[in-house]
Design a protein around this ligand. Structure first.
Ligand code: ADP
Ligand code: MG
Length: 240
């Protein structure tokens, strides 16, 4: 049945003649928070980057909101991605960092102002708009990076380990912020992490990846209480 979220059909990815994603089928319901977990190198980022359009798929199809986006540019997919390295422009103010993508897309100035204002209110960074990234803490920088995604009003947010550069305390508070953001915005969010706590607390649905396959997909509770095998049990069960 058609779903208005994100639908992956038989997705494969090879680098050279090495296949790293082996035919993944997955339906991500609109408005849900889905977390990809799994050990380093299992293919989390590659899968996310294919959804974003930053990597071509070798085979298979990607639908977003009922539209086949497999061959579309990243900017035409209705997605926005937040990276682990915030990639802010150091010479620009926070305001200009937030506005940059919209200016490139020739959005009207009044509309840009309105969106920057709304995003900074949501993220509580209104008082930082005239600063440069170098004058911000790690957590504030990460908020700006998320703000840059919000101003684009994407259908789907993609996060690749957005908190892994932050210290433990800040990771907890940003995790709570991201959960709040999901409640307030209601968008589909796809979130990559290797942190079990983030997965358990943020996800509506956890997708456990291993060596380019889906080992198990289910609610945090299902995965925790009824793991399919020792790998899943060990991965979700073991505290960090
Ligand atoms: P994860 O994000 O789960 O740590 P990745 O998606 O980054 O894993 O990587 C999955 C596999 O694909 C790994 O074996 C990695 O070495 C390989 N890989 C990722 N990107 C490239 C690339 N650009 N060229 C060749 N191999 C790659
Ligand atoms: Mg990765």
């Amino acid at each position: 049945m058609a779903d208005t979220g994100v639908v992956l059909t038989e997705i494969r990815k090879s680098f050279g003649n090495l296949e790293v994603i082996h035919g993944i089928d997955l339906t991500i319901s609109e408005g849900s928070f889905v977390v990809f977990v799994g050990p380093s190198g299992c293919g989390k980022s590659t899968l996310l980057r294919m959804i974003a359009g930053l990597e071509d798929v070798t085979d298979g199809e990607i639908e977003i909101k009922g539209r086949n986006v497999t061959d579309l540019d990243p900017s035409d997919r209705g997605i926005a991605m937040v990276f682990q390295s915030y990639a802010l422009y150091p010479h620009m103010s926070v305001r200009d960092n937030l506005a940059f993508g919209l200016k490139m897309a020739r959005t009207q100035a009044s509309e840009i102002d309105a969106r920057v204002k709304a995003a900074s209110a949501i993220l509580k960074i209104d008082h930082l708009l005239d600063r440069r990234p170098g004058q911000l803490s790690g957590g504030q920088r990460q908020r700006v990076a998320i703000g840059r995604a919000i101003v684009r009003k994407p259908d789907v947010f993609l996060f690749d380990e957005p908190l892994s550069n932050l210290d433990a305390e800040l990771r907890v508070s940003m995790r709570i912020e991201i959960a709040r953001l999901h409640r307030e915005l209601g968008n589909t969010m796809i979130y990559v992490t290797h942190d079990q706590t983030e997965a358990m607390t943020l996800a509506d649905k956890i997708v456990v990846l291993r060596d380019g396959y889906i080992e198990q997909a289910g609610t945090p509770r299902e995965i925790y209480e009824r793991p399919n095998n020792v790998f899943v049990a060990g991965f979700i069960g073991s505290p960090r």
